[in-house]
Design a protein around this ligand. Sequence first.
Ligand SMILES: NC(=O)c1ccc[n+]([C@@H]2O[C@H](COP(=O)([O-])OP(=O)(O)OC[C@H]3O[C@@H](n4cnc5c(N)ncnc54)[C@H](OP(=O)(O)O)[C@@H]3O)[C@@H](O)[C@H]2O)c1
Length: 419
Amino acid sequence: MKSKSSKRIGIFGFGCVGQGLHDVLQDNPHLSVARICVRDKEKLRTLPSHSFTYNPQELLQDDSIDLFAELISDPKEALLIVRQALKAGKTIVSANKKMVSENLQELLALQQEFGGTLLYEAAVCGSIPILRTLEAYYGTEPLQEVSGILNGSSNYILSKLDSEGISYAEALAEAQALGFAEADPTLDVCGYDALHKISLIAAHAFGAVIKPEQVLRAGIQHIRKQDIALAQALGARIRLVASARLNKNNMLELQVLPTLVFPDSELYYVEAEFNGVQLQARYAGDQFLKGRGAGSHPTGSAVWADVSAALAGYKYSYPKFKYDADENLRPVPLEEEDVLKVYLRTTNPNLLPEVPWLELTTFGEDPHVGQLVGAIRRKDLLLYLPALKQTMAFIAQLPASVSAEQVVNASNIVLEEVA
Ligand SMILES: NC(=O)c1ccc[n+]([C@@H]2O[C@H](COP(=O)([O-])OP(=O)(O)OC[C@H]3O[C@@H](n4cnc5c(N)ncnc54)[C@H](OP(=O)(O)O)[C@@H]3O)[C@@H](O)[C@H]2O)c1
């Protein structure tokens, strides 16, 4: 690797994102790659062997390196790397949403104590510059809501179900074959990936550092053709929507839920592996960002943007954080009493009567399938969701404007079409 300038970067990981970063850096005359740390000595590489090291310390302890990019797939090792870099007061850019979101408080404290810098735009919606937008543009303006489609794999699957009428298993297999879903898709299809991303968004948009278990989360893994058909009969699409909303009591409503979206929503038009994020600001009104949420070059581009910003001295300011008199971060209260309207289908209806529904309409003809539209308090859904998931239930949020009667009518249309 020839030296192109005085600035040198050490890269951890040479997979999808690491290679993407390496490619886009070829367009940057001011940065040279020192070395790349990987794990597998046997793997065939597209670069000569002297480009690589298998020992992270060879990068971390090299004082000639100006900054690091952490792009590995192992969150535990990634945390060790980022921790060590920050303890040395260094600058490091990461794409690892799980690692950053689960350790944000510690990573913030390390930056404060040792003066290092951590940026992680690529971790949230790949190429969409959502964190920098929240920091730089909406740092002072109060935000009411940030929500969107933050996971490309599940959106790809849902789009296929919608447009081709194939089964969930077929759509997942196709997404895996095309590299849009991991061999183990749990993080994506069960909503964990979107949860990690909305947690990071909540920190920058609302000043909230939250624990994953505080967030209502359901995924798309139990979706069936009849759920898609029902949504279509209503004129809607099902999308996995993550949202953070500050309500009129200044409490945060946080969730990752399959949701019925209608043509009046920008999210209705987010197809395949794309991501879309909508913002609602008090004075600016509504805004919408759409782009590639994953992939080698789109994610590499976001890492490059962070690397350039970091070299220019940029740090996140977390403008919405509020502190008490002892300079402790003041938590943002989370709403638990609000009521959600949901559609639910389960092949084990026995549990349903135990759930404390505020309103309930059941429908369907099959005695082995429970289908309902219900209204339920967020805290009750948080409590019962783990048990409902064990019954293979598929749950989706309905807009308040959709009545139970409309859903029942749509279900009848689906039944007539099948018959
Ligand atoms: N793929 C995307 O589109 C995307 C988008 C946004 C964010 N991200 C995030 O970016 C990160 C990297 O994802 P990826 O898709 O590039 O993963 P990947 O294609 O599986 O590549 C992972 C890389 O990490 C290296 N690695 C794994 N464990 C390591 C360890 N203990 N020490 C050193 N190197 C190690 C692997 O080394 P070997 O080459 O030796 O196997 C490989 O080069 C993840 O945190 C992911 O969540 C990915």
